[in-house]
Design a protein. Sequence first.
Length: 77
Amino acid sequence: RSYAEREAHYRFKENKLHKISIVLQLIIFPIFKFICNYFLKLGFLDRMPGLIYASLMSFHSILVRIYGWQLINHHEY
């Protein structure tokens, strides 16, 4: 399993969320994760490596929510 799948199992197995909540998280969390890593944690000072890191962390956040969506839809708690 990938790290994103493991984190989704960890996050969504304990907290049984509704589908609407996951969709909202899928929209909000990646944007917040990018802003946090790139601006608040001063990733922009690293220029390209900071941008890549913030983008990858945001993408990881998307993957976790997608796997969470799959868990909820397939009832794999």
